[in-house]
Structures are given as structure tokens and as C-alpha cells.
Design a protein around this ligand. Sequence first.
Ligand code: ADP
Ligand code: MG
Length: 268
Amino acid sequence: HPAQRAAMPAQSQSGGPSVAFEAVAKTYTGGVRAVDGVTLHVEGGEFVALVGASGSGKSTLLKMINRLHEPGEGEIAIGGEPVSDSPPHELRRRIGYVFQNIGLFPHMNVAENIAIGMRLTGQKRNDARVAELLELVELPADFARRMPDALSGGQRQRVGVARALAAEPKLMLMDEPFGALDPLTRDTLGQSVRAIHERLGLTTIMVTHDMAEALLLADRILVMEAGRIVADASPHGMLTGKGGAAADALVAVPRDQAHALSRIEAGE
Ligand code: ADP
Ligand code: MG
């Protein structure tokens, strides 16, 4: 798509920022220690998947990056700059955030919904920019005038991704972004998100409970258990036992499925 390349030169040139956690912990009122001492360095440009059971602290960890939650202990820095130095609203302008069942305003069409992401940065409503964003998330240009209730779940999530990208963030946080979608839609949207990551040179941190999805999309996988990072390895490392016991149990599921499918395909 040469038109898109020409339209967004700045985004594909400088890389996404690093994200560093230094001894970060968070205890909620009521005593739940959701994040229990996390020290972690995500490199600029990495696509990291954060995997773990429900309640392991994944969302809490993610939401401390854009200050939807404040850490009780420790410090988080984006590109070397402590997040506590930036007011939350200013920080959220610079960070894309996509979550399960991302809400679109039902009384606004797709273009208006995407434009909300631009208004946050003071950009004026810009039809050419909306068209660019629709193309980036692989939706037809004439979807700009559709209402949200005329879209499938997958198409709505694509609009949500477009809105999150509207302010040209270099860091994308995704919390189970495909959680509510059927497997085929989930797979194609996952590949789109990975392609966008490459094309715009982003840093992406994606929470998922699906190890297969993490293995297929990410450069690096972190496994969380009871508020701690218990494994940190590449997909290849995870599949060759370098993630340790906690990771092995999660990796065994898709690997055994893949082997079983191969045997069926081979007619064994
Ligand atoms: P995950 O995203 O891995 O499912 P969460 O970060 O949502 O995990 O939750 C981690 C732990 O913190 C859970 O025990 C959860 O019940 C608790 N928790 C999450 N949000 C809150 C909150 N706002 N107040 C109190 N406890 C919370
Ligand atoms: Mg969660």
C-alpha cells in the first residue's frame, strides 16, 4: 500500500519506547496483592505477550503503565521517563489502549468514533486520516459512515484499534483484545495487529490467556502467576522448555493439539 506508506512516514521511522518496571507492587484496598514485585525491561519495538490465569495480575500490571492504576511500590518508566512525571490524561494521549469489548459510541458513526481518538490530541476531524486508519485496520473506506450496530464483533474491535491508533501512539497496550471473538476472526485480527506493530514500529504489550496466540504473535512471552513474572522467554524458548514448569504446563496444551492434528492429517 504505497499510499499509506507515504501518508505516515513519521510513524514508521522512530521506534516504540522501552517500558521498565522496577520492583513494582500493587495491593488493592481489601488486601489483595495483585502485583507482587515485578522488575522487567521491555525493549523498544518488542511485541510482548503477558500470559497467565485469570486473577494472576495481568490487567493490574498493564493498567499501571497508563496510570489507570497507581503502583503502591516501585516505579515504571516509558523511554526512561517515570510515568509518575506525566499527568494521567497526558500519558493516555501517548499510549494506545485496546481491551475486550472496546466500547464504540452507538449514536456515532465509525468515522466519528475514530475521530474521538484524534480529538484527544486536539487534531481536527480529518476525513483523510480516518480513511488512512480504516485502511490500516483493513476495513473498507465506506465503513466510515456505518453505525456500530451494523458491524460484526471483529469489525468493531478493528474500529477500536483504529481509534487507539488515531493519536499516533508509539506504545500499544492490549488487554485480551480478541477475547470475545470467534477463532477465525481472532486469528485474522491477531495477524493484523502484528502487521500494524511492524509497520508503525510500535512497542506492544498484549495480555492474553491464550498461550497459542502468544506463541504465534509475540517476540517474547511473560507468564504471570499470583502477581509475579514466573517465566520470560521467546516463543522458541517456551517451546523448548526454557520457560520452566509454569510455562511448560501452558505450552503443552497447544503443542499437544498441534501434534494430534498432524497425526489426523497424516491419516494415522
Ligand atoms: P488478571 O487480569 O490476570 O485476570 P487482575 O489484575 O484483574 O488479574 O486481578 C488481580 C487480582 O486483583 C485478582 O485477585 C483481582 O480480584 C484483584 N483485583 C483486580 N482489580 C481489583 C480492584 N479494583 N479492587 C480490588 N481487587 C482487585
Ligand atoms: Mg484481566
